[in-house]
Design a binder for this molecule. Structure first.
Ligand code: PBG
Length: 325
């Protein structure tokens, strides 16, 4: 006697009935890059991420309309300010590009869940996620203050959720406090809790024009080799009040997604980052892989690992192409 597993794989209908993991539109979050520009038609292709664009506010609204018509439920916003400075003023400006984009999106698509990435790196002239001391070190506590102000300004603009991605210590607690004090007690925080200093973010640096001018992010983002440290970071963020825990990147961290999923009962999000997107796109464009099949396998694997939410730049295309049906 031996196990005849093939009995359950004999027909398409049986295979479909027994599929354990399915992707739904409500699992997915689309990332958008909105630029502060007077040119209403601004729509600049991101070379390293074919199919993705930096968009003017007007173009963003047009793009999101198409996505919403195809079933988009949620998006994550990144901003490109008109000017950058040493303290990232554009990140927490009342009339900053993300703040304006949030209000416009909520006005036009009240049902769409609008999440904002909370960080300074797109707004600082040095490209780091926090303030830099004269000695060239990324300062923690002073940065956290600005990160919290940024989150509050997003909440005031009408964001449904804030997602701090800076990896400064104590930022989740600081954001929770400032939000609660301002009356935003019901606003959830999705924290980039397990965030590695990853080469997979390469294409994003072009997309968000946020490459650090000097050094790297290794003094605040985690070493991808570390599992125990990942769990400590997640525990700290939960303690500080995070409502959803994110693991990032996704495909190289499936073990961590599972571990976080099993250790706590909070929802887990995974971020299929720019490099993951670009690798699939590039191989597909060369005709080396079946784009839809590889994408679905990657996303399903991420969900099977334990993520109930997936941030993916493929979300819009996948919905427009009807790949989930
Ligand atoms: C901002 C931020 C980054 C990403 C999300 N938020 C860049 C970074 O930390 O270097 C990466 C997303 C991607 O690669 O798609 N701190």
């Amino acid at each position: 006697m031996f196990y005849r597993g093939r009995k359950l794989r004999g027909s398409p209908v049986l295979r479909e009935m027994l599929r354990e993991t399915r992707l739904h539109p409500e699992d997915l979050i689309m990332g958008y890059f909105v630029a502060d520009t007077k040119d209403k038609d601004f729509c600049k292709a991101i070379q390293a991420m074919p199919g993705q664009y930096q968009l003017s506010l007007e173009k963003l609204l047009q793009t999101v309309r198409r996505a919403v018509d195809c079933g988009l439920r949620a998006c994550l916003l990144f901003g490109l300010p008109a000017v950058k400075d040493a303290v990232g003023s554009g990140a927490y400006a009342r009339d900053g590009i993300v703040q304006r984009a949030v209000s416009a999106l909520k006005e036009n698509f009240p049902e769409l869940l609008v999440i904002t990435d909370v960080c300074l790196c797109e707004y600082t002239d040095h490209g780091h996620c926090g303030l830099v001391s004269p000695e060239g070190e990324v300062r923690n506590d002073a940065s956290v203050e600005l990160i919290a102000r940024t989150a509050l300004s997003h909440a005031e603009a009408g964001a449904d959720m804030v997602a701090p991605s800076d990896m400064m210590d104590g930022r989740v607690a600081a954001i929770r406090t400032i939000l609660d004090e301002a009356g935003f007690t019901a606003l959830p925080i999705m924290s980039y809790a397990v965030k590695h200093a990853s080469a997979f973010y390469g294409p994003f640096r072009e997309a968000a024009e946020s490459a650090p001018r000097f050094g790297d992010r290794k003094s605040y983002q985690m070493d991808p080799a570390n599992r125990r440290e990942a769990m400590r970071e997640a525990a700290a963020d939960i303690e500080e009040g995070a409502d959803i825990i994110m693991v990032k990147p996704a495909i190289s961290c499936l073990d961590l997604i599972r571990e976080v999923r099993d250790a706590w009962d909070l929802p887990v999000a995974a971020y299929q980052v720019s490099g993951e997107y670009s690798m699939i796109k590039a191989a597909a464009q060369l005709g080396w892989i079946d784009e839809k099949a590889v994408l679905m396998e990657a996303l399903t694997g991420i969900k099977r690992a334990g993520a109930e939410l997936i941030i993916s730049y493929y979300t819009q295309e996948l919905l427009e192409q009807g790949w989930l049906s």
